[in-house]
Write a protein that binds this ligand. Sequence first.
Ligand code: C2E
Ligand code: CA
Ligand code: CA
Ligand code: CA
Length: 274
Amino acid sequence: VKERGPSTFRFYHSKMLDTSNNGAVMESHLRRAIEKNELSIHYQPQVDLDTGKINSFEALLRWNNPKFGLVPPSVFIPIAEDSGLILEIGDWVLNQVCIQLKEWQIKGFIDVRIAVNISSKQFKQEAFANAIRKYIYKYELNPQSLELEITESSMTNIHETLTILEELKKMGVIISIDDFGTGYSSLSYLKRYPIDIIKIDQSFIKEIEQDEKDEAIAKTIIHLAHSLGMKVIAEGVEKKDHVEILKEVNCEKAQGYYFSRPVPIESITEMYFC
Ligand code: C2E
Ligand code: CA
Ligand code: CA
Ligand code: CA
């Protein structure tokens, strides 16, 4: 962009202003998204690489707005985070997921798990652990059927993080670290916190079949996780080659377009719970 000179820069700049303007409009629409029924959750299967079986899914939020159409989470989640709306939205997601788990449990599917993305603002809310407890009691859930995906960016305060994670762990919910390998934290937190699962970020998987360094990193993460008694899920698995390599290096689970895109609940029910 720089080589093209100042006019391009001006263009870029005005476009940025547009986007931020749009952001404010979007925020006002997002504010009413729950009551207007514009939010939904898609589910992406996580495949056990040893057995080929599926008993867990990641919940991924979708926003369909009449004015903006289908807005990607990469656009609206940051707006929700900056405006604080993420607290209400995140709570809505948790409730929906727990309702879904309850429905499956009633039908006798008790070994299914759903992983929910927890934004750092949500995680740092004083009442977060209590909110989780409330939902588990309200829907009488097996706590192990609920997995919370947390990123390193949520772990800024060691003492606070430890307190929350230990409280959650006592309840029996599953804790996973999302986007592992992309944050700037030191690895020391892995020995302090009660973490069950590490999710290898998709950036290490995308070209793993042709990039030895990616493979070395993935292998090392898996080895590290196993040494610490944790399990591993690889994200962004798009090809058979990816699956082969991940099996070879003893990765437990994989998630990605190769198996399935995130899909509406009806498709999940049809495919796995009929
Ligand atoms: P994430 O948690 O890392 O989720 C994985 C993203 O990768 C999802 O994008 C998923 O659709 C996509 N994906 C899955 N398999 C593949 C693949 O094989 N190839 C490629 N290229 N992509 C794949 P999505 O649904 O657009 O979500 C983007 C991000 O938005 C998520 O990243 C997460 O950080 C955030 N997000 C989504 N739902 C929620 C939510 O309910 N709460 C919060 N706080 N954040 C959410
Ligand atoms: Ca995630
Ligand atoms: Ca991720
Ligand atoms: Ca294996």
